[in-house]
Design a protein around this ligand. Sequence first.
Ligand code: FPP
Length: 246
Amino acid sequence: MTAVDTNIDMNRIPAHVAIIMDGNGRWAEKRKLPRVMGHNAGMKAMKEIVKRASVLGIKHLTVYAFSTENWKRTEEEVKGIFGLLVKYVDNELKELDENNVKVNILGDFSVIPGDALERVNTAIERTKDNDGLVFNIALNYGSRLEMIQAVREIGEKVKKGEIAPEDVDEDLISGCLMTGHLGIPDPDLLIRTSGEIRISNFLMWQIAYSEMIFTDVLWPDFTPEKFEEAIVEFQSRDRRFGGRNK
Ligand code: FPP
């Protein structure tokens, strides 16, 4: 493993980094390879970023692995992505656990293929007491779906008379989102690879004050060094949360 970038201020590491891992398909197309080979390379890149996030002392890393819209892709590609999830857990769970990483899933993962579901449940169970990096994998996740579920949950509370409509505030909504249920704070930094400048239904409530970094690098080429460059850039930003520093 390469040494940590000396430009990083280890006292100001972001607590939560969220990543939209985009560009696997284009990476494969450029090499005349099937798309799933791009996802395979993307899985390898993800593996390295998880390790580096853990070394850097980042508390939460959240990756967008499969959105509620990704079911529109061909059956072959969908199968390929979940096959890679199985491979990732089979190959990496032991090391993740040894490194004190806790695995969480964001999204309605009950509907994913059976072998992937089994691996995911095993990973959650095996790592549930770990207190190092919290690695959140968004699987069949969509921000709108998450908001719908939160509104329904709040509606139920109002209906039962547990709260009044005027009790609905930011904290209540945050707590009813999937991230709230899992105790995941809002991201400090959102990274999207592959040159696309959009959010694609990812953590839309939670990124209200996140710093954003968009890079042209395709996800499979996103190395731990590039990840650290993004953290250096994050540390150079002046976060004011709508207020003023001076
Ligand atoms: C976006 O690239 C990537 C995805 C939809 C899948 C992300 C999956 C992995 C990184 C590997 C699998 C890991 C797990 C944990 C399931 P794209 O296909 O949209 O790329 P393109 O925009 O170039 O077509």
